[in-house]
Write a protein that binds this ligand. Structure first.
Ligand code: NAD
Length: 252
């Protein structure tokens, strides 16, 4: 039997590139989608996969058909492509609301709908990339957190309806990962250091660390896991009480 095939959206950079690298190492044939065609081609070549450039909003059916045409079957979809448009909520424009909704949520849903008949044939799986901002809304991030909360709901909903069809659906919620999306922050050494010290693991995460969790969720090791959102955040989302002022306490 040939390699199983996975389509990774937004695979030309950042977290998507890390996911593509890990999946290729684990024996997947990776179809690298990105709106940035040269980026998709670069990563596809680096991981021995196939580039499928394109905007996920444009024609999800055609993208899935191209994916299936490459190797005859589709075993997994990683809905990773996502964007952020920064603005205060009161000032978020209708254009930015529409754009972030269309890429981060509608684009994922439509692509998964188009992939479903093919994933049914292979007993395949979907992994959606959400964010810890889905549960901890990020001030100044426009519609971003709301779109990611939608990704969580989509994941849980699809897992219920598609489980009986033999398709598992899960999500990964990254915390602070150093990619172009957040590079403006990490380029400032003091901000990088302050953020690092707020992480229980005392460092910012890497795209490869995201890729390893995606690989687990797509593997047979996760054969009874569906409808779950796994935070990959170095423990950060469990630190709420640490922000309270308190008398001196023992430090570990
Ligand atoms: N970096 C973080 O700290 C972080 C944290 C939480 C969640 N995330 C999520 O992880 C995912 C990847 O983020 P990243 O940090 O790697 O971002 P990134 O900007 O570094 O990379 C995103 C990639 O997606 C591509 N893309 C954008 N719009 C597209 C479209 N319409 N169609 C196809 N491709 C498109 C871009 O060209 C780019 O290559 C996103 O869903 C993001 O919301 C990132």
């Amino acid at each position: 039997m040939g390699k199983p095939t996975v389509l990774v959206t937004g695979g030309g950079a950042g977290i998507g590139e890390g996911i593509a690298q890990v999946l290729a190492q684990r024996g997947w044939h990776v179809l690298v989608n990105d709106i940035d065609a040269p980026a998709a081609a670069r990563v596809a070549q680096a991981v021995g996969g196939t580039a499928l450039p394109g905007d996920i909003r444009t024609d999800p059916g055609a993208l899935i058909s191209s994916a299936v045409a490459v190797s005859g079957a589709l075993h997994a979809l990683v809905n990773n492509a996502g964007i952020i448009r920064r603005s205060a909520l009161a000032d978020t424009s209708e254009a930015d609301l529409d754009l972030v909704y269309e890429v981060n949520l509608k684009g994922m849903v439509r692509l998964a709908q188009a992939a479903l008949p093919h994933l049914q044939l292979t007993g395949g799986a979907v992994v959606n990339i959400s964010s810890i901002a889905a549960d901890n809304p990020q001030p100044g991030a426009g519609f971003y957190s709301m779109s990611k909360a939608g990704v969580t709901a989509f994941t849980r909903h699809a897992a219920q309806e598609w489980g009986p069809l033999g398709v598992r659906v899960n999500a990964v919620a990254p915390g602070l990962i150093r990619t172009a999306m957040a590079e403006a922050v990490y380029a400032i050494p003091e901000l990088h250091e302050k953020r690092r010290l707020m992480m229980p693991l005392r460092r910012i995460g890497t795209p490869i660390e995201l890729g390893k969790v995606v690989a687990f969720l797509l593997s047979d090791d996760a054969s009874y896991v569906s409808g779950q959102v796994i935070a990959v955040d170095g423990g950060f989302s469990q630190t709420l009480i640490s922000h309270l002022p308190h008398p001196p306490t023992p430090t570990p």
